[in-house]
Design a protein around this ligand. Structure first.
Ligand code: GLU
Length: 351
C-alpha cells in the first residue's frame, strides 16, 4: 500500500516555524517510504483565511525546497463531500440534526455541520483524510486533543482514521508559544533575516519529529547559516544577493545573506566617507602598487598588496574607508580583489 501523507495548513500567511517543521517532517516521512505528499489547504474558516495566505504558503514551501506531489486541495471547494458524509452519519443514526439545523454526533455532541450547512474543521479534516486515502497523519501536538473525537467522526461517516503521529511544538527561546512578538516565528521572518533556505531546512530536518516541545535554537540556526553560506558556490552566493560574480570573495565572511548583501553594496556603491588628513601617503602608495598590478587581483595577490602597504606603515583603515566608505566590513583583500583597477584608483583619488 502506498504511503500517503498530507500537510494541511490554514492559509493564515507565511508558515509558522512549527508548521514548517510539520511540512518538513511529512516530506521526510514520505520520502523514506516512497510515498506521496498531498498539500491540503484548510480554508473553511474565514477567520483563519487571509488574503494572499495560500500564495505565501506556496512561496515558503518552494523556498524551503519542500515539494508536494498532489494538491493544493482546497477545503473551501469540497463542501459537497462534507455534507454527503454528514448525510451518511445522519442515515446511520450516528449523528442527529438539532432544532437550529446543526448536525452533531449522537455520542458526545461534536458539531459536524453548522446551521448554514457549512462543515466544521473536525468533519472536513476527517472526511478529507478518508477521501484522499491518507495513510499517515503527522501534525503538531496541539492537535492531540482532536484525535479522540476525529476517530469517532471517522467511524460515524463509515471509515477509520489513518495512523496519526503528533510531534512536539516549536516554542520561543523563552519557552513561550512562538509568536510574532519573538520576531522570528515565521518562515518569512527567517528569510528576511537573511538565513539561507538550506540552513532553515537543515535545522528543521535536525529537529526531526520531536517527541516533546522544543525551544527554537537561534544560535544553532545561525551556525547552520554560516555553514550553508560556506557551502554555497560563488555563483549561488552572488545570485542569492543579486551581486555580480566578481564580488563573491567579499561575501565569504558574511554570516547571513542580509550581511552579504550589505558587503556587496559596500564594494559596488560605497557611500562617501570623511578621510583623515594623514591618509594621503597611504593612498598614494596604494595607487602606485595598484596601477602596476593587473585589472583584477586574485585574493592572494590582494593579500600580498595589503601586506606590502602594511609593511610601509600604511593606514589600512583609511584605504578601507576610501574603497568602501565604511570603517569595517569584509576582509580588505577581498574588497581589493572585487574592485577592478580603474575603479579602485578612482576611489582612492576621489578620497
Ligand atoms: N489546519 C490545521 C492546522 O493548521 C491542521 C489540521 C491537521 O493537521 O489535522 O493546524
Amino acid at each position: 500500500m502506498t504511503v500517503r501523507a498530507r500537510f494541511a495548513p490554514s492559509p493564515t500567511g507565511s508558515l509558522h516555524v512549527g508548521n514548517a517543521l510539520t511540512a518538513v517532517a511529512n516530506r521526510h516521512f514520505v520520502d523514506e517510504h516512497d510515498g506521496v505528499l498531498v498539500l491540503r489547504i484548510d480554508d473553511t474558516d474565514p477567520e483563519r483565511t487571509v488574503e494572499g495566505g495560500i500564495e505565501a504558503i506556496l512561496d515558503d514551501l518552494d523556498w524551503l525546497g519542500v515539494q508536494f506531489d498532489e494538491g493544493p486541495v482546497r477545503q473551501s471547494e469540497r463542501g459537497a463531500l462534507y455534507t454527503d458524509a454528514a448525510e451518511r452519519a445522519l442515515a446511520s443514526g450516528a449523528a442527529t440534526r438539532d432544532d437550529e439545523g446543526s448536525v452533531r454526533l449522537s455520542a458526545g455532541g461534536t458539531t459536524l455541520l453548522r446551521p448554514d450547512g457549512t462543515s466544521t474543521y473536525q468533519l472536513a479534516s476527517v472526511v478529507d483524510d478518508l477521501e484522499l486515502r491518507i495513510t499517515h497523519v503527522i501534525r503538531g501536538s496541539d492537535h492531540r486533543p482532536n484525535l479522540e473525537v476525529q476517530s469517532r467522526i471517522a467511524r460515524a461517516v463509515g471509515g477509520e482514521l489513518p495512523t496519526v503521529m503528533h510531534h512536539g511544538l516549536v516554542l520561543g527561546e523563552d519557552g513561550r508559544k512562538l509568536s510574532k512578538r519573538h520576531g522570528h516565528s515565521s518562515i518569512g521572518e527567517l528569510r528576511d533575516e537573511g538565513l539561507p533556505p538550506s540552513a532553515v531546512r537543515a535545522y528543521l530536518e535536525e529537529l526531526g519529529l520531536p517527541e516533546h516541545d522544543v525551544h527554537l535554537d537561534l544560535a544553532r540556526l545561525r551556525r547552520l547559516a554560516v555553514d550553508a553560506i560556506a557551502a554555497m558556490s560563488d555563483e549561488e552566493l552572488t545570485a542569492a544577493v543579486g551581486a555580480p560574480a566578481g564580488v563573491a570573495p567579499v561575501l565569504r565572511g558574511a554570516r547571513s545573506l542580509v550581511e552579504a548583501k550589505e558587503y556587496a553594496e559596500l564594494v559596488m556603491t560605497p557611500p562617501s566617507a570623511e578621510l583623515p588628513l594623514d591618509a594621503a601617503p597611504t593612498l598614494e602608495r596604494f595607487k602606485e602598487l595598484r596601477s602596476s598590478a593587473p585589472e583584477r587581483l586574485s585574493t592572494d595577490d590582494a593579500r600580498a598588496l595589503v601586506r606590502e602597504l602594511k609593511a610601509v606603515g600604511g593606514d589600512l583603515r583609511a584605504l578601507r574607508l576610501a574603497l568602501t566608505g565604511a570603517p569595517t566590513g569584509p576582509e580588505l583583500a577581498a574588497v581589493l580583489a572585487a574592485v577592478p583597477r580603474q575603479e579602485a584608483l578612482t576611489r582612492a583619488s576621489r578620497a
